[in-house]
Design a protein around this ligand. Structure first.
Ligand code: COA
Length: 375
């Protein structure tokens, strides 16, 4: 069976940098205004006063210190609390396609490839900006790529699920050079009006190029030793935005149409599942946990990553063993584990083993076992 390699990765980081202090100031102002406007109902007990956010809480509870966004002005405006994204015409590149192009160029350059070499484009992310045509097909066109392209959504696990699809396509011979893209404009789905959620997400886009060994060029590459996906239904992370909203009969809370979660339950339920998922994937692949040199985990919460690493390794990981990019990027949904892989893979040698792993809404989990090849 032909070996499948990751030959390039790319990252687009949005221009706007947003600190916890900025988010806390804007939500604080919005809450004060909301509480004043609803004073009578709050005093009657019909509404609950909105509590103030705290920088200290955010850093301690999540490990997130900062994130990037496509438009901070709109998000930080207490009267708006969502990005301001100018509508584009049909002849212009859409926003998600645009950030895909930036990440794709870096990944293709690293792989020594051009757009025309690509014959499959898979866009995997938590939220797609339109129903159709697929963003992936728009990117395929803009790159001058051939073959086929499609969008898919498995929330925060979209990247690893797309990587498995890419591996399957390369193994079956339906593609020879696959580009996986994760354009996460999470600021469009986040709820910046509630302190439970306003700090969680950041925007980014990642790209991964996959090819068969015989087609790959020289340079750094990572052999995919195996992929494993798993899902288990849960309502603890949910967003009901969808095409049926405008036809639904009945009252909906507007906060149903953006991200929401029961963070505590997610934390409690997902950590053991993910640790066991990786452990059994390694065991079935004949790899001892002790052989692992690096863990590129999904980046949602520092405590979750520490808990998963500790359950798996049986000890606290050294910082370089399980890199964290949460402090700078926040939770970038499916892009998170790929950003960690893209930015934190120095110091590894040929033959070293590592795992890339995502987890999130669904619940969904995906692991990819990688072995470093030449530099
Ligand atoms: N500032 C100040 N206080 C805040 C706050 C903020 N920004 N956000 C929440 N709080 C408050 C809560 O209202 C709650 O107050 P109460 O005790 O008066 O009700 C208190 O802090 C504890 O909130 P809780 O939600 O239980 O905190 P937590 O320790 O569970 O941390 C998360 C919250 C979201 C950081 C954490 O649960 C988490 O990250 N879970 C995993 C979620 C995840 O990874 N999801 C996957 C998405 S892909």
């Amino acid at each position: 069976m032909s070996r499948i390699l990751i030959t390039g990765t790319g990252l687009f980081t949005p221009p706007d940098s947003v600190t916890n202090a900025e988010l806390v100031a804007s939500l604080g102002a919005a809450n004060e205004k909301w509480n004043a406007e609803n004073r009578a109902e709050i005093e009657r007990g019909d509404l609950e006063e909105r509590d103030m956010p705290s920088e200290k809480f955010i850093l301690r509870a999540s490990g997130i210190g900062h994130r990037y966004m496509m438009d901070k002005k709109g998000v930080l405006d207490p009267d708006r609390l969502r990005p301001r994204l100018p509508l584009r015409g049909e002849d212009e590149l859409s926003l998600q396609a645009e950030i895909c192009m930036a990440a794709a160029q870096e990944a293709l350059t690293q792989a020594g490839r051009e757009g025309a070499d690509v014959d499959a484009v898979i866009v995997g992310c938590s939220n797609l900006q339109r129903a159709y045509p697929a963003v992936a097909i728009e990117v395929q066109d803009a790159l001058g790529a051939g073959g086929f392209a499609y969008d898919m959504n498995v929330a925060c696990s979209s990247a690893t699920f797309a990587i498995q699809n890419a591996v399957d396509a390369l193994r079956s011979g339906s593609a020879r050079c696959v580009l996986v893209l994760n354009p996460e404009i999470t600021s469009g789905h986040n709820n910046f009006a509630l302190r439970e959620f306003h700090f969680i997400f950041g925007d980014a886009c990642t790209a991964v190029v996959l090819e068969s060994e015989e087609d790959a060029g020289q340079g750094e590459s990572w052999e995919v030793l195996g992929t494993r996906l798993a899902t288990k239904f849960s309502n603890h992370i949910r967003n009901d935005a969808g095409y049926l909203n405008r036809s639904e009969d009945g009252e909906r809370d507007p906060f149903d149409l953006v991200f929401r979660q029961h963070g505590r339950q997610v934390f409690k339920e997902v950590c053991p599942m993910v640790a066991e998922h990786i452990r059994s994937h390694l065991e079935d692949s004949g790899i001892a946990v002790e052989e692992l040199k690096r863990l590129w985990l999904h980046q949602a919460n520092l405590g979750m990553n520490q808990s998963i690493s500790k359950r798996l390794l049986g000890r606290d990981p050294a910082p370089e063993e399980a890199p964290v990019i949460l402090d700078e990027y926040g939770n970038t949904s499916s892009a998170g584990s790929i950003i960690a892989f893209h930015k934190c893979r120095e110091g590894l040698s040929e033959g070293d083993l590592a795992v890339l792993c995502s987890f999130g809404a669904g619940y969904s989990m995906g692991s990819v076992i990688l072995r470093k090849r030449a530099d």
